[in-house]
Design a protein around this ligand. Structure first.
Ligand code: MG
Ligand code: MG
Length: 268
């Protein structure tokens, strides 16, 4: 069942999404070679609590941490480790919060130091595919239009789109109807409606779309061990248009301050 949100609920959800956004901004100030995922997780835990929220992932189905940190071939749901990040790695950092009873849930994939041009392109295309998907969240469209747009953008580069994990509705629970696949057919699926709040989250693999789960029963990795990227926003449909509740501004500003390529999205 799809829970459509009132204007008041959407504002409460914006608050949760903004805490996630600022948490990721803080991560962007610190992340780099030599930093461990566990250090970043601790930082996030403290920041979220200091801002009157609770981490949305900690304890969720037994997940042990506040952040999912998925490095290189890990797609999503990575458990933060004490292994320092290395130059040339990429790390998808997914963060959830709950405030006022509503979830925020979004993600950014960071380049650790200098990455190869091929990997930088994977990050750029995945980030673009997120925004291209969001552009489809307009009156008259259906869920399939979002997935179709994301899939086209990624597959034309020869990348694989993960099938088994999808975006989702968001609200008082982290995963609500409808599911939002990153693949699909135009004009298919549920009709988009005002008051829908969706977490759109393309997971794009450099090689095969196939995935495996590690023995920790959490970490999803690519079957061919090639890198995978993941970007996620929370978006409400308001007056027939997408209203992005989360933002990458804090991340991009922090990265630019450090002289790093923030890959700001440009309409193409
Ligand atoms: Mg997420
Ligand atoms: Mg999500």
């Amino acid at each position: 069942m799809i829970h459509l949100k009132s204007a008041e609920e959407i504002e409460l959800m914006r608050e949760s999404a903004q805490i996630v956004s600022r948490t990721l901004g803080l991560i962007a100030e610190k992340i780099g070679p030599g930093v461990t995922p566990l250090e970043l997780d601790k930082l996030a835990y403290e920041y979220i609590h200091d801002n009157g929220a609770v981490p949305g992932f900690l304890g969720f189905n037994g997940f042990p941490n506040s952040l999912c940190i998925s490095v290189n071939e890990a797609v999503v749901h990575g458990i933060p480790s004490d292994k320092p990040l290395e130059e040339g790695d990429i790390a998808s950092i997914d963060c959830g919060t709950v405030k006022n009873g509503y979830y925020g849930d979004h993600a950014y994939t960071f380049a650790i130091g200098e990455v190869s041009p091929e990997v930088e392109k994977l990050l750029r295309i995945t980030k673009e595919s997120l925004y291209i998907g969001i552009e489809q969240m307009v009156w008259g469209n259906r869920i399939g239009d979002i997935g179709y747009a994301i899939q086209q953008h990624a597959e034309k580069e020869g990348y694989g789109i993960v099938r088994e994990l999808v975006g989702h509705g968001l609200g008082k629970t982290m995963h609500e109807d409808p599911q939002v696949p990153n693949y699909g057919r135009r004009g298919r699926g549920k009709k988009l409606q005002n008051g829908m709040v969706l977490a759109i989250e393309p997971m794009v693999n450099m090689g095969t779309k196939d995935i495996l789960m590690l023995e920790d029963d959490w970490t999803i990795v690519t079957a061919d061990q090639k890198y995978s990227a993941h970007f996620e926003h929370d978006i409400a449909m308001v007056d027939g248009k997408p209203d992005i509740l989360s933002t990458f501004d804090y991340v991009e500003e922090a990265l630019e301050k450090r002289g790093m390529n923030a890959m700001r999205f440009q309409t193409i």
